[in-house]
Design a binder for this molecule. Structure first.
Ligand code: S3P
Length: 438
C-alpha cells in the first residue's frame, strides 16, 4: 500500500496524451488472439488489467509479443482452436477481462478456472453465467456467483437470443463472443445502447455482424463459426482516463490544457456533454478518425461550473466517469443531482458509497441515495481536504484518481490510502499530473 497526498499545485497547462483506451485494448488482444495470422496493435494500454488479458490469451495458445512501448504483435490461436489453460486464469482486478473471456471460452471444449483479487472476487458474475449457461456452458462459481469460478465450455454451443436485463457492454460482449464459435446466429437485444467497441472491432476482424433496431431497441446479430482474419488496430486515447485531466483543468484556476488523441465514440463521451452543460469550456480540435473510432484533441480551460440534474439516459455513455463528475459537482455552484446509477454499486468498488464517504471526509456536502448522489457545491471555493487522514479507495483505480483530483482543489490536500490500483488502467497518471502542473 502506498499512501500519497495530492495538493493544489498551480494551473494545468501545455499538452499531454493519455494512454490507449482500456476497452479497446482488451478487445484488440482477444480478437487478434482468435484470428489466424499476425495482427499488430499500436497504442495498446499497458495497464495491469490489459496485461491480465494478454497473459490469459497466451495461456489459451495465442502468441503475443511486445515490440516496443504500446506496439504489440499477436499471432492468434484461431477460433475454435484455443488450448485448455494449464493453470488458473488470474484476472487481477479486471471485470472486463473476466466477463469477456468467459464468453470466449463458453463455446470452446475447454475447462478453465478464473480467479481475481479481493475487489474482483466480490463482483457479480451471474450476469454472464446466466446467458452462457443457456448456450450450454456450465459453471461452478463461489457463493453468490463470484470468483473463483470454474467454467466448462460447450462444443457445439447453442445460439440464443438474449435481451440484456442490465445495460452492460461486458454482458453484451460475452454473449457475442460466445456466439462467434456457435453454429447459427446469436442475437443480443439492448434496450439501452452501451459502448459498441466489440461490434466495431469484430467487423474489422472479418466477423459477420448485423446491427438493427426493433421497437427502439438495438439488436445485434452475430453469425457463428466465423473465420477471423488478422487486423492491425490503432487504439485511440482513453476518454475515461482523459476525464480526470478534463475535470482537473476545469477546476484548477488558470488552467488551459490540451489533451491529445481522445477517443470520442458517442457511446463513451457522455462526460464531455455533461461538463459542457455545467458550463465547462471544452473545445474539440482536429476531429478525425483513428482505428475506426472518432477522435479529437480537447482544449480545456478553467471554468466556473454550475450544478445540474444529470439526465439518467446519459449514464451508459459515462458509466465510469461518475466518480470524477462527483468531484466536479463538489466545487460547482449549486446542486448536482445524479440518478439511475445502481450499476455503480457493483464496479471495482461500490462507487456511490465510497465516493460519498471520501468526498464527505474531504469536506464536501453529499447526500447518498440508493441510485445516486446529491451534491451541494462550494461555488468555486476549495474543499477543506483530509490533511493526513487517508481516504479509503477499496482497490478502485477510479476512486483513487478522482480523489487525487479533489486534492488539487483542496485547502489541506487529500491523502489516498493506496495509489497502487491506479496502475490497472492508467500507469502514467502520476507523472502526467506532475508534468501538466509543472
Ligand atoms: C466495459 C464496460 C463497462 C465499464 C468497464 C469496461 C467494457 O462495464 O464499466 O469499465 O470494456 O465493456 P459494464 O458493461 O459492466 O457496465
Amino acid at each position: 500500500m502506498s499512501k500519497y497526498t495530492f495538493t493544489s499545485d498551480g494551473p494545468l497547462t501545455g499538452r499531454l496524451r493519455v494512454p490507449g483506451d482500456k476497452s479497446i485494448s482488451h478487445r484488440s488482444l482477444m480478437f487478434a488472439g482468435l484470428a489466424v495470422g499476425e495482427s499488430r496493435i499500436t497504442g495498446l494500454l499497458e495497464g495491469e488489467d490489459v496485461l491480465a488479458t494478454a497473459a490469459a490469451m497466451r495461456q489459451l495458445g495465442a502468441d503475443i509479443e511486445r515490440m516496443s512501448e504500446g506496439e504489440w504483435r499477436v499471432n492468434g490461436a484461431g477460433l475454435g482452436s484455443l488450448l485448455e489453460p494449464r493453470g488458473a486464469l488470474d484476472m487481477g482486478n479486471s471485470g472486463t477481462s473476466t466477463r469477456l473471456m468467459m464468453g470466449l471460452l463458453a463455446s470452446h471444449p475447454i475447462t478453465a478456472t478464473f480467479t481475481g483479487d479481493a475487489s474482483l472476487s466480490g463482483r457479480p458474475m451471474n450476469r454472464v453465467i446466466d446467458p452462457l449457461s443457456q448456450m450450454g456452458a456450465s459453471f461452478e462459481a463461489s457463493s453468490g456467483g463470484t470468483l473463483p469460478c470454474m467454467l466448462r465450455g460447450a462444443a457445439p454451443a447453442v445460439p440464443i437470443t438474449y435481451r440484456l436485463p442490465v445495460a452492460s457492454a461486458q454482458v453484451k460482449s460475452a454473449v457475442l463472443l460466445a456466439g462467434l464459435n456457435t453454429p447459427g446466429i446469436t442475437r443480443v437485444i439492448e434496450p439501452i445502447a452501451t459502448r459498441d467497441h466489440t461490434e466495431r472491432m469484430l467487423t474489422g476482424f472479418g466477423a459477420t455482424l448485423e446491427v438493427g433496431e426493433d421497437n427502439g431497441e438495438r439488436v445485434i446479430a452475430i453469425h457463428g463459426e466465423a473465420d477471423l482474419s488478422p487486423c492491425d488496430v490503432i487504439v485511440p486515447g482513453d476518454p475515461s482516463s482523459a476525464a480526470f485531466f478534463i475535470v482537473a483543468a476545469l477546476l484548477v484556476p488558470g488552467s488551459d490544457l490540451v489533451i491529445e488523441n481522445v477517443g470520442l465514440n458517442p457511446t463513451r463521451a457522455g462526460i464531455i456533454t455533461v461538463l459542457q452543460q455545467m458550463g465547462g469550456s471544452i473545445e474539440e480540435l482536429d476531429r478525425r478518425e483513428v482505428g475506426g473510432e472518432p477522435v479529437a484533441d480537447l482544449r480545456v480551460r478553467h471554468s466556473m461550473l454550475t450544478g445540474i440534474d444529470v439526465d439518467p439516459a446519459i449514464v451508459p455513455s459515462m458509466v465510469d466517469e461518475f466518480p470524477v463528475l462527483f468531484v466536479a459537482a463538489a466545487v460547482a455552484k449549486g446542486t448536482t443531482r445524479t440518478t439511475g446509477l445502481e450499476e455503480l454499486r457493483v464496479k471495482e468498488s461500490d462507487r456511490i458509497a465510497v465516493m460519498a464517504a471520501a468526498l464527505t471526509e474531504a469536506g464536501a456536502q453529499v447526500t447518498e441515495h440508493e441510485d445516486g448522489l446529491e451534491i451541494e457545491g462550494t461555488g468555486g471555493e476549495p474543499l477543506r481536504g483530509t490533511g493526513n487522514a487517508p481516504v479509503a479507495t477499496h482497490l478502485d483505480h477510479r476512486i483513487a484518481m478522482s480523489m487525487a483530483i479533489a486534492g488539487l482543489v483542496s485547502a489541506n490536500g487529500v491523502q489516498i490510502d493506496d495509489t497502487a490500483p491506479i496502475a490497472t488502467s492508467f500507469p502514467t497518471f502520476m507523472e502526467l499530473l506532475e508534468s501538466a502542473a509543472a
